[in-house]
Design a protein around this ligand. Structure first.
Ligand code: HEM
Length: 486
């Protein structure tokens, strides 16, 4: 937009606005700060390794990013006026917000994995690399720095908590962008004003009133810039601390792959008029996601996958959901134009997603499931992956206000009211209080509707929290111990 400030990419941490398709390996290193002084030294030593969003001509060979929780900011000794200026969702943290996020039953924080279940993580250092070896080398550097700021080994001042490895899945010997249920992931992200093209041109803006898409103002994702309404989102004090920073949602979401496969196999037997050449279970799974496994959107390719990861589509011509059900995962998570009002009800609910899988892919058994339900195939490394091995996605979402994420998670994933689906939840990511999903019929194809029932829980929350992702300037300010509000 004319007259708007230029996005200061060199001050903004790089994984917020730019996808890392080249880095297939990541590690989330988690720490607690036991002395403000050690915390500041830790930041000071890490700052030279933090990757900014401005790369010039040469993309980085690896990347490192830092997020700090509310308790982490407090442990760094930030003044109370500064702490009090952060939004309430961030101050309370994810665990305290469990009910509104649908983290109930087996997703209740008391069942989360260590360290998320017992204490609040203070700092997350996100390490990205192109190979396992490089990842290890970068992580060794970070661990050495954390140890360095500890003067005595028996009384650590930076406590290393259990870390989390994550990497693209290896399927049939090749690294793949698919998630564990077998669907191409990381396709659709917001197209943000002022950001260099992320590559294959799949980022998508918000619907405009001419029936097209327009780029999204940076203020929806970065503090200090105008957002959709032209205003700047509330910033923590002092402004030098908030500007060019944002909030990060991390959720460790465990996936029940065997349960998902068994469900679609069983329930797809009820489907009528499945398109020729398409397996009923693939058709049902696509209806639940809103895209086929290869990423082709149902709204453009309703009858069969087409190897087309198209992202410039709307739902306005499919208001009844004959092609893509109203309750499908991608349609709930980004309803585009389907709620009317030229997309205005949706335009402030966009999330930048940077999730990455953890755990080994469970190969599909060649001859269906064994009697006890365990997949029996060898993994690529010769080890038998078991149904019970933990696997899932480290879900990462950036937004300039955590209300953006909480709305999508609380109102659209965990409830169906906005989509005329009553209290039906998202069939993939919902916590399953109401176990149904309506798959509308398709008159043109002569296909009757199907009410999916007894949908079990496929995704369980195993941890997470809200983090502030400061600009490089703010990191330096915090490391100097000079944060002053007046
Ligand atoms: C384990 C849980 C989840 C799985 C397996 C999953 C999988 C997927 C897949 C396969 C896609 C389509 C590919 C793409 O556009 O990148 C997608 C899209 C998306 N998901 Fe999820 N997802 C999960 C949880 C969530 C949660 C919890 C949220 C939000 C709170 C979310 C928000 C989105 C959004 C915003 C999109 C893009 C929709 C669009 O722009 O068309 N997802 N997800």
């Amino acid at each position: 937009m004319n007259g708007d400030p230029v996005l200061e990419l060199s001050d903004i941490q790089g994984n917020i606005l730019r996808g890392y398709r080249r880095f297939t390996f990541a590690k989330f290193m988690l720490f607690r700060i036991l002395s403000p002084d050690a915390g500041r030294k830790f930041l000071q030593r890490l700052i030279p390794f933090v990757t900014p969003g401005e790369w010039g001509d040469t993309p980085p060979r690896g990347a490192l990013h830092i997020g700090i929780s509310f308790e982490g900011l407090s442990a760094l000794g930030l003044p109370s006026e500064c702490l009090a200026s952060f939004p309430v969702e961030f101050q309370e943290g994810m665990k305290a917000r469990a009910r509104r996020l649908g983290d109930i039953g087996s997703s209740d924080p008391k069942y989360w994995d260590s360290p998320w279940n017992t204490q609040r993580v203070h700092v997350v250092v996100m390490v990205y690399a192109g190979s396992d070896k490089q990842r290890q080398a970068h992580c060794d550097q970070v661990s050495a720095i954390a140890q360095d700021v500890n003067p005595a080994a028996d009384a650590p001042l930076m406590e290393a908590l259990p870390h989390q490895k994550a990497q693209w899945l290896k399927i049939n010997g090749k690294r793949s962008r698919k998630e564990h249920f077998g669907f191409e992931d990381g396709i659709s992200n917001p197209d943000v004003e002022g950001v260099p093209d992320n590559g294959p041109g799949v980022d998508i803006g918000n619907p405009d009133d001419r029936g097209m898409f327009r780029k999204i103002p940076a203020g929806e994702f970065i503090l200090g810039y105008p957002g959709e309404g032209g205003e700047v989102a509330p910033m923590p004090l002092p402004h030098a601390l908030g500007r060019n920073g944002t909030y990060l949602v991390i959720r460790k979401l465990e996936q029940d792959v065997e349960g998902f496969r068994r469900f679609v196999e069983e329930q797809s037997k009820l489907l009528k008029k499945v398109p020729n050449g398409v397996k009923p279970e693939d058709f049902l799974a696509a209806k639940m996601f809103g895209r086929w496994q290869d990423g082709s959107p149902l709204v453009i390719h309703p009858e069969r996958p087409a190897g087309d990861r198209h992202n410039e589509f709307k739902y306005g011509d499919d208001l009844a959901g004959a092609a893509c059900p109203l309750g499908a995962h991608v349609r709930r998570a980004n309803p585009r134009d389907s709620l009317g009002f030229d997309g205005k009800l949706v335009s402030r609910r966009r999330l930048i997603r940077r999730g990455i899988a953890y755990g080994d892919y469970l190969p599909e058994p060649k001859n269906g499931h064994s009697p006890n339900g365990q997949a029996q195939l060898q993994s690529p490394r010769g080890r038998k992956p078991r149904e019970s091995d933990p696997r899932g996605v480290m879900f990462l979402a950036f937004n300039a206000g955590l209300d953006q994420f909480e709305f999508v998670q609380g109102a659209w994933i965990s409830n169906g009211d906005d989509f005329h689906q009553g209290n039906d939840m998202d069939p993939i990511a919902g916590s399953r209080c109401n176990r149904r999903m309506m798959i509308p019929g398709d008159e043109t194809a002569g296909r009757p509707p199907l009410l999916c029932h007894d949908i079990p829980r496929f995704v369980t929350t195993k941890g997470g929290d809200y983090f502030f992702v400061p600009s490089l300037t703010a990191l330096r300010l915090m490391a100097s111990g000079q944060v002053r509000v007046s």
